[in-house]
Each structure stands twice: as C-alpha cells, then as structure tokens.
Design a protein around this ligand. Structure first.
Ligand SMILES: [Zn+2]
Ligand SMILES: [Zn+2]
Length: 346
C-alpha cells in the first residue's frame, strides 16, 4: 500500500510503498476513505509523543470500510462503513470496565502507538470495543472529522463541562476543537463567547452559534472582557488551543465555582503551564481534562448530527490527496487554518 512515512522526527515525510497491514486476532484492517489532518500529527512528527517508534505512519482521524477481520472479532465484517475514536481502548482494564475507555490503561492509538491512517489501509486492534458504524447518510470526510476534535469537544462540553441551558461558556481558540465546542455548546442551549486572534475565525464562530466574540490580538485584557460579557464570569470555560496563555485566561475568566476544561494538548515546553491555584481554591473552581470519547458514547452525538442539531460537515475545510499530505502536515506547526483539513484521495 501507499503511505506517508517519516524515518526521523522533523524530517520531511515521504509517500512510499510499504507492506499491507494484517489484522490482529481481535482487530480489523480498514480501507481508508478519509483521514483528518490534525495538529497532534504535527506534534507526533516533531517527536513530542514518546509512544512513536520509527519509521512511522501518522493519522488518527479516520473513516473507511472494513476489508479484513481477525478470528476473534464478532461484531464486524468486511464491507462495514466505520470510524473509530482516536483513543482505541483495550476493553479489559479497570478504566474500560468502569466505562472510561477514553483513558484506557493499555490504549491503542493509530498514528501514535501504531501506524496510522495517512495510508491506503490501517489496522485497528480491539475492533469490537472501538469501531463505530457510520450512519448511511454521513459521508466519509464528515465521519473522519469526528474521531478526534469533535468527539473530544462533545465530551468536553457535555460530559466533562456539564453545560446546561442558559449558562455562559467561553471557548478560547477557534480551530477545529474550538469551533466544534461552540457548535455543541450552542446546541446544548448555552451562551457562547468565542475568543481567537483572527477575525476570520471569529466570524465563523458567530455563524456556528457564538453570541459574542473577542479578538485577543486587539483586546488588552481578555479575562476582563469575558467577565464583562458574561456578567461576572463564565460558568464553563475551555482552552481549545493548548497554550499557557489561553489555559490561564480560561481558568481566570470563570465565575465562582466555574468549570475549566482543558482540551488543547499541552506538549513540549507547554506541559507544565501555570495555573492560578489560589483562585482555584478561593472560588472552588473545577479543572478537568477531556481526552477523546468512548465509542459507546457516539450514539447520542450521532443522533444530534442525524437530526441536524450538530453539523460537523460545516467544519470541514480543504480536502487533500495523500501526496499533498506531507506538506500539509509540516505546515501545521503554525496555527491551524480555518476548518478541518481531510485527505480524501489516496
Ligand atoms: Zn486529531
Ligand atoms: Zn482498557
């Protein structure tokens, strides 16, 4: 098969022929029909992820058709249209047994702990625990765009952020994660304030349901601005970018007993970002992470997509061919473009 391969961290990846994958006993091989481009892939390529063994094939936001299944797989066979959350769980550890597959102790992450989906085929382990059927009416590019940023945002807003109608929600950073969160929080009945450095992304944020926007490049004190708009602070606030400044602002702009959810990854130099801990204590603030979403939780989200309450298709930006993927991957070190890039031609 053809795949995007890098031999060394930070060196230009190349498209070349590599052996076709075979399914593990409880796994499947999927013919990739669409795979999303994500900043996590850039982090992986830069060497920020200790799980990656070289040479490596990136790619974790995938959708496609099952072409082969291992002998222990009961629920899936060739021909099934499927996607998978970026954290594929083992199905057997304590966390899995308690329903928290998103933090599985032995997680399988395509594109990180194993070769990923910037390729014609990808192998996925523990298929019965992790595969999700794609509804008939959903195209592959939309399905691929769900597995990382959209599901993480859904969990961040609904399960971790516990947003209720009428609450104020601040979303710092309007890339793929932030725009997904804005759409989801709006669908949940919250009032969303979107914060970003570019007016182009803030315009899109408004179209997706933000009731107020703040351009952080033009606003001297973002925390004060959020507090003014929200009459004293957000009930829930999210760092959707993954940066010490946006994280600090997101915690600082909460009202008393507010809830911060960290969704943007904090890797490399940012791994130990500052936290206003005195305020966390005095105001009983809550700080939670959000790390993907269990395959079994997709049902609620899929129903909201089917009924048109959520429109992940609106977040898809440019589509690419596999040959264009290396350049697109390397360009992601700078801030994401508007919308989610998806490879759809292999
Ligand atoms: Zn991703
Ligand atoms: Zn597990």
């Amino acid at each position: 098969m053809r795949a995007v391969v890098f031999e060394k961290f930070g060196e230009t990846p190349v498209v070349r022929t590599v052996p076709d994958p075979v399914p593990s006993p409880d796994g499947v091989v999927i013919k990739v029909a669409a795979t999303g481009l994500c900043r996590s892939d850039w982090h992986g390529w830069m060497g920020h992820d200790p799980d990656i063994r070289l040479p490596h094939v990136p790619g974790h936001e995938l959708a496609g058709i099952v072409v082969a299944a291992g002998r222990q797989v009961h629920n899936w066979k060739a021909g099934a249209r499927v996607t998978v959350p970026f954290v594929a769980a083992c199905g057997h550890c304590f966390e899995c047994a308690s329903g928290n597959h998103q933090v599985c102790e032995h997680q399988f992450q395509p594109g990180f702990s194993a070769w990923g989906s910037y390729a014609e085929y990808v192998a996925i382990d523990h298929a019965d625990t992790n595969l999700v059927a794609i509804p008939e009416e959903m195209d592959f590019a939309t399905a691929a765009s769900l597995g990382c940023r959209f599901v993480t945002s859904f969990r961040a807003v609904v399960d971790q952020g516990r947003v209720t109608p009428g609450e104020w929600v601040a979303v710092h950073g309007c890339g793929g994660v932030g725009l997904s969160a804005i759409m989801i929080a709006n669908a949940m009945g919250a009032n969303v304030v979107a914060i970003d450095l570019t007016n182009e992304k803030l315009e899109l944020a408004k179209k997706l349901g933000a009731v107020a926007t703040i351009n952080a490049a033009e606003t001297p004190n973002v925390v004060k601005a959020v507090k003014q708009i929200t009459n004293g602070g957000a009930h829930m606030s999210m760092d959707a970018l993954g940066h010490p400044t946006t994280s600090y602002n997101s915690i600082s702009n909460l009202r008393r007993r507010g809830r911060h959810v960290q969704v943007g990854l904090m890797l490399g130099d940012h791994a130990k970002a500052a936290v206003p801990m005195a305020k966390v204590i005095a105001h009983e603030l809550e700080i939670r992470g959000s790390h993907g979403m269990q395959a079994f939780r997709y049902g609620a989200m899929m129903e909201m997509i089917k009924t048109g309450k959520l429109r992940p298709d609106l977040l898809i930006g440019k589509t690419y061919s596999l040959d264009e993927a290396p350049a697109a991957l390397m360009a992601m070190g700078s801030f994401e473009g508007t919308g989610i890039g998806v490879v759809t031609r292999f």
